[in-house]
Every structure is written in C-alpha cells, then in structure tokens.
Design a protein around this ligand. Sequence first.
Ligand SMILES: *Cc1c(COP(=O)(O)O)cnc(C)c1O
Length: 489
Amino acid sequence: MSKSESVVHGSAVPPNALPALGRLLETQVCAALIAEHGHTIVAKVARAHLDALRIDARAGKLDASQLEPQALHDAIAAGLDRELSGAMRRVFNLTGTVLHTNLGRATLAPAVARYVSQVAAGPNSLEFDIASGRRGDRDHLVEGLLCQLTGAQAATVVNNNAGAVLLTLAALAQGRDAIVSRGELVEIGGSFRMPDVMAAAGVTLVEVGTTNRTHLQDYERALGANTGLLMKVHTSNYAIQGFTAEVDEQALGDLARRHGVPLVSDLGSGTLVDLSRYGLPREPLPQDKLLAGCDVVTFSGDKLLGGPQAGLIVGQRDIIERIRRHPLKRALRMGQLPMAALEATLRLYLRPEHLTKELPTLRLLTRSQHDLRQLAADLQPHVAQACAPCVTVSVRDMDSQIGSGSLPGRQLPSAGLALSLAGGVSGAGRLDGRALERLAAAWRALPQPVIGRLSDNQFLMDLRCLDDVATFRTQLADLPPLLAQADLS
Ligand SMILES: *Cc1c(COP(=O)(O)O)cnc(C)c1O
C-alpha cells in the first residue's frame, strides 16, 4: 500500500503497476470487506475490478490515483454492493396505470405483507390440519372464504389465471371441443392467447358467430357429441362497439344444461365488490356469473382483487372436484407465500366497510381528482426547485387507467406534474426527444426509481399511486446532480 501511495498523481501508469490479485486480497484494502462478506465474493469482484483497470492501463488511461488504497477499496465495495443488493427494487409507479403488470400489478396491503412474512418465516400449517393433527389441503386455507365471498359451492386456486384457464380446459374438455364466440378470442399481454391456450390444454377450439355478432343458434348448431364445454371469455382489454350481439350467461347456461356440458367463464379481472358503489365503472363479479348460470368462473388474484398473483377457480362442487384431480393442478399449484397473501387479502373482504382504507388497489382507484390536484400543487414548488433551471414543472389534470385489462377505455380523472424542458415549448419548436428520455432516466436513477411516462413532449408523473410522499420529497435532494449529468441543455 505504501508503494501505491508514493505514485505521482495525475499521470498515466502502465499495466505492470497494477497489484497482483493475491497480494491485493491480503492488504488492508480488502481485509474488512473479506471479514464482512467472505473471501469468495471479494476475490471475484476484486478480479473484475483489476481486469477493468488493466484495460484502462493498456489504453494509457489509468490514473495513479485509481491505485490508491482508498480508491481501490471504494471501487471494490461499490462492486460488492452491485452484486449483493437486490435486483427487484421498490419503485414509485407514477405511470398513471394502477395495475401495471411490469410493476407488479396489485400492491399488497401492509397487513397482508406482515402476515406473509410472519407465517412464511418458519414452519406453518400450509397443508396441515392443526385440530386433527392430520395432513390437510392448501386449498382449504382459502376455499371457505372464496365460497363465502362468491356464493360458490367450491373453489380451488393455482399459480395465476392463465393457469386457471389452462387447467379448467384440460380437466373438463381434453380431447374434446370447446365452443367460444369469435368475438371473445382474446389475447392478453404476455402471449396469453385463447386459441393457443386451448391447443396447449389439448382442447379443440370451435369458433362460432362473427367478430361482432354471435347468437344462441350459433352455439346450438356447434353443439355435438364431442362438445366438452361452452366458454365465455370476458373481453377485458378491448370493446366491440356498434352493430353487436352476444349471448348472455343466462341463455348460454340453459343451453349448456340442456346438453349436459358445463359453461365456463373466464372473467380475467374479477372483482369481489361492486365497484359502482365507489363511483367506479362496474366490472362483472364472479358471484353474478355464477348466479347467471356459469358452472365455473376463473379470475386473477392480482388484478382488481388486489392480492398476490393467483388464479382463482370457483363453481359447482362436482366440477371443481374434477379440476382439482387433474395432474396439471399439482404442476400449477400456488406456493406458500402467495397462498398466505391470498388468504389474508380475502379476509380483508370480510370487512367491506374498511376496504377502501385497507386494500391499496381500491384506495388508489378511489382517490379523488380534487385530492390529487391538491397533492400536485403541494409538490410542484419542491419538484420545480429540484429541476431548475433546465426543466419547468406544472400541475396538470391527467387520466389514470386501471390497467391489466380491466375496464378497457375507462379513464379515471387524475392529476399530476408535467415536466417540460425549459425553452422547449416556446423555442425551437420540436423538442429533442432524446433529452426528454434522459430526463426520465434521471428520475429512474433515484434511490427509489420514479417511473413516469412520456407524452406530448412532456414527462408526466400521475400522482394517483404516490403513497410515500415523504420519501418522494426527501430524495428530490438527489436529483440535481443526476439532471446535471443528463445534459438537458
Ligand atoms: C388477465 C387475464 C388472463 C390472465 O390472467 P393472469 O392472472 O395474468 O394469468 C386471462 N384471461 C383474461 C380474460 C384476462 O383478463
């Protein structure tokens, strides 16, 4: 160490001035790091750092100051940080999409997160009946709750709704036909396409009707000896408008019963409470579909339900039994962490009066534009100060959306902050889109990344999902150097 300290500052040093890895690991530079993290990872990171320095040295770009003990220590410590800190980061979702699939969809309620960490931190009664001391079934943790909340006779759960649909089709119609309206052959993001799911389940898709109109006779004509089931799919991410006709579950249920086949409904985003109670657009409820005559309904745990990723299957007891016995059920079964989260989330529904307070999804969806405007006005001066002088910040009304294919085309009046590059609007006309992207990147480089969206030559932050205002404000102090690096001029 004393050797490198004696090197003259500011001059390029040759590759042979680099310490050998073995020696470096024995010096004070690494001692504390090895004591904390062990030899293996420190050696790996130190080797990578020396390799990088060697490349610089060969290019004549290695400065002697980089070989000083403190500099070497800091670089290796930073490398360890990068290796060891989690890749999954808490972010601020200011995109305006409440259930954002790329940002984890529904946020778990704090009480739910506490329950998960408590029961999952040790052995638990996942498949154990404490009263009898016998083996239990993980479905039983949530089946009673799901039956209570939906009026179903029985319920089972799997990993996600795509899995729920796949399993239901395979269990009820493998090697047979499933009849679906042409207007309902949906594609959900992430390559869930109804025709492909049917094929994967070993079911033959029989399309009936046309894209815009399907009638009862269309289903009737397609029914035959090889029909395994009739299916309704909620067109959750698009709407067919104009000259349209579809057959409701009542009529379809009667038809299915006359032919002795089940009617399955894939609801996508099932909500267990009538959203119109909160001034939100009404989404179909699984309980409505069951009452109307569906034998089985599938829906997601992490869409409007506001829980963990899960696929919920509710319906007639004998049909749920057939589904439960299929081998795919075991392959698609839920893990204990989401299971605990689902159970705790469903329990929140036992106290509907508290839901808008306790269930984050519902709380965020029901925030009023008035409150969000107020929040935007409160934050505007602080954000403006952190962004000056290159960026101007204004309060703006916006439209949030629910996301994850819920309530397509319905906007929720919201408010937030619009950031423009100063001079961009009045000045040279077209803005430099790259500079705007660098502005967005600077916000993502904050300790808790802020994810907004770009629109109309502005960087927009919709405040509907901003919960932790204190952290948001505190980390504004980190923004000016990031904006300086972003070179927005
Ligand atoms: C979202 C959705 C699915 C897929 O559900 P995941 O929980 O994402 O697997 C299937 N069908 C419909 C109609 C949907 O909206």
